[in-house]
Structure formats: C-alpha cells, structure tokens
Design a protein around this ligand. Sequence first.
Ligand SMILES: [Mg+2]
Length: 124
Amino acid sequence: MSDVTFKEIADLIQKHLEERGWEHNPPRGLATSIALEASELLEHYQWSDKPVGNKDELAGELADIFIYAFQFAQVNNIDIPAAITKKLAEAAKKYPAEKFKGKDMAQQRAAWIEAKLNHKKQGL
Ligand SMILES: [Mg+2]
C-alpha cells in the first residue's frame, strides 16, 4: 500500500478539479457517476468470475469510483475517514464477529438474516 495519506489524495483530487473549474459538480451528478463507474468495474465480470482486462484496468475503474466519492464527500462536507469509522462500528455491532467467524455458510446465512431482522426491529 502506498504511503500517500488520505488528506494528500483529497488535496490532489481537489487541485485537479479546481484547475479545470470542476469543483462544483452537483451531488446528484456525482452520485450517478459513482454508480456508473461501479458499473464499469462490474462490466469486467459480466460473464465470468475471471475479469476481462488486467489489474491496471481494474485499478483504473476503482480509482474512478474513489475520485467521484471524494468529490461527493467534498460537496456534502462529509469526513470520509470519520464516516468509515462510524459505519464499521455500526457494522461490528450489527454483525458480531463471534456469530460469523469459523461458522459454516448455513450458520453465517442464518446469522446474517437474524442480524437483518434485529436491525429492522430496532428501526436502525
Ligand atoms: Mg471508468
């Protein structure tokens, strides 16, 4: 993994956008772009678990998703590391590790359904 920090990447993307006057893209357009780029990544796996294309092409599509995600966060004043940390804490609570690790697929599926139902009951 690269030593470039999250902040440095965010700054690079912002600089790239500002140099082109693209820093005010609307949230709807950015959310649409995230989904479109995710679809481009998925297209590599359309007919096979083995992707069409090489690692660089897959990395390029993944980078497109992240670049739009950074822009979406910027426009909506979302702190991505804070959002990820919060979401992982919520997921850890929703999906307790001891109910999944070392369990067979049927047990994991049952635990996943139970977690989903409990989550809905709690109105989360
Ligand atoms: Mg793309």
